[in-house]
Design a protein around this ligand. Structure first.
Ligand code: PFF
Ligand code: NA
Length: 464
């Protein structure tokens, strides 16, 4: 007998809550930590253009598809996909999209927590004035000293995982909604302050030039696959996080006059993607000038944010307060993202009968354990490299650059080719028919072709 799973997770109270939660998921370390450092590693402007193209041609249409599938299924990604496969009269193997996503989420959560824990340590240090008057060389040394201390990192990795799974255990609606409402605007404001500061430093023009000068000769096959992966990572796509949040999105909501109105998926998605892109570009604008001003190399790697920002906070008036606040916000942004990494798996376990608390504990413990490998990759296992680099590098590359685009590809194919068109259209309920046709063409042809082509191109150029 097939089991019928029932939605048990509750609903967002309005379209805005969905937008806030999804923006909370999207805006995170991917924008503030990862985007600037990979842009530095892969040569700047041309990489940025490629990334923006990936957002527009694949990110937005696939995000629409993910929300649409989620809302139609109303369950955790695994059960949503098997339910929709059944409705579409195709094999239930399509639930594999859900399993693949759960696995990616688990891998990402493990290293995400390890990195977020650095920001947690920086909150503490910024508050104590450690960064006041620091030089570029000192800042780099300070970052390296932190990484050399596995016990400190383990403690903070543990703390971050506890607060993440704590919220998952409470259910996403409880704390998340209120937190994101306050945090996002403050994060924006502080980024503007930082960009303002960066614009007063001598390296500003060079930094801006680096970010926006399109020198395509610098692009490599590896850069292509990393840009593709970053587009998925930053929008939380390809692993079911957005599908899970879409499942909690109501179809209709009563407006002030008491009439029911359909809740639009497309305009919500565009809002989320624009906000996410603004934060990423803003973080780049805040950091690159400081690298050039401080005479540091652009290819700083994962440490970029942790080396550059203390320089700004160490110099600017009010830096102690702003610096502390900024790292608090980074932790919160990472927090609202990591919650969405754990949610799909936890929701799946809950639907299978586990209590929320137990489900969150199980997911958190497993991800914590794997995350220890990432923590150690920066000290004890630093020299231990295989395939693309350290343990951390491998987990990051496999999950972000391979599994997310693959998941996104399958989601696009399912939404565009497998699912009945009438179902998709009804769920999207788009007012403009031409816009619907554009979405359909993107999700059926353009996004899958682009993902496959970029995959082949980068594989081919890595092997050649
Ligand atoms: N979008 C998040 C960020 O940019 O930091 C990371 C992320 C969250 C990726 C949730 C995937 C995900 F499902
Ligand atoms: Na992001």
């Amino acid at each position: 007998m097939k089991k019928e799973y029932k939605p048990v997770h509750g609903m967002w109270t309005s379209r805005w809550v969905f937008i806030l939660a999804a923006t909370g998921s999207a805006v995170g370390l991917g924008n503030i930590w990862r985007f600037p450092y990979i842009t530095g590693e892969y040569g700047g402007g041309a990489f940025v253009v490629l990334y923006l193209l990936c957002i527009a041609l694949m990110g937005i249409p696939i995000m629409v598809a993910e929300v649409m599938l989620g809302r139609r299924g109303g369950l955790s990604p695994i059960h949503t996909m098997s339910k929709l496969a059944e409705q579409s009269k195709v094999t239930r193997r399509w639930a594999g999209i859900g399993y693949l996503g759960a696995l990616s989420g688990f891998l990402i959560l493990s290293f995400y927590s390890a990195v977020a824990s650095w920001a947690l340590i920086y909150v503490w240090e910024a508050a104590q004035g450690v960064f006041q008057g620091i030089t570029a060389v000192q800042s780099k040394a300070h970052y390296e000293d932190m990484l050399a201390n596995p016990w400190l990192l383990l403690g903070s990795h543990t703390l971050f995982m506890v607060i993440t799974m704590g919220v998952v255990a409470l259910g996403v609606k409880q704390g998340l909604e209120r937190a994101v409402r306050v945090l996002m605007p403050v994060l924006f404001a502080l980024l503007v302050v930082l960009i303002g500061y960066a614009s007063t430093t001598p390296g500003f023009a060079e930094g801006v030039g680096f970010l926006f000068a399109f020198d395509f000769s610098k692009l490599s096959g590896e850069a292509v696959i990393v840009a593709l992966g970053q587009a998925f990572f930053t929008l939380s796509l390809g692993m079911g996080a957005i599908m899970a949040y879409g499942a909690y999105m109501p179809r209709e909501i009563k407006d002030k006059s008491g009439r029911s109105r359909p809740v639009s998926i497309v305009s919500s998605v565009i809002t989320i993607a624009v906000l996410d892109t603004l934060v990423a570009l803003g973080a780049g604008l805040a950091m690159f000038p400081l690298l050039f001003t401080g005479g540091l190399e652009v290819g700083q790697g994962p440490g970029m944010m942790f080396v550059t920002l203390p320089l700004a906070f160490g110099q600017m008036p009010g830096g102690l307060l702003f610096g502390t606040l900024f790292f608090v916000l980074v932790v919160c942004a990472a927090w609202s993202s990591s919650i969405s990494l754990g949610e799909p798996m936890a929701a799946w376990l809950v639907e299978r009968g586990l209590g929320r608390g137990t489900a969150a504990l199980a997911v958190g413990l497993a991800a914590w354990l794997l995350g220890v490998g990432s923590v150690l990759s920066f000290n004890v296992w630093k020299e231990h490299e295989f395939l693309v680099g350290t343990f951390f590098d491998n987990i990051e590359f496999l999950s972000t650059s391979v599994m997310l685009p693959l998941g996104g590809l399958l989601i696009a194919i399912f939404a565009g080719w497998v699912m009945k068109e009438t179902h998709a259209r009804k769920e999207l309920a788009m007012k403009s028919f031409p816009l619907y046709l554009i979405w359909r063409a993107l999700v059926r042809v353009v996004s899958p072709t682009a993902v496959i082509a970029l995959f082949i191109y980068s594989l081919w150029s890595v092997l050649a």
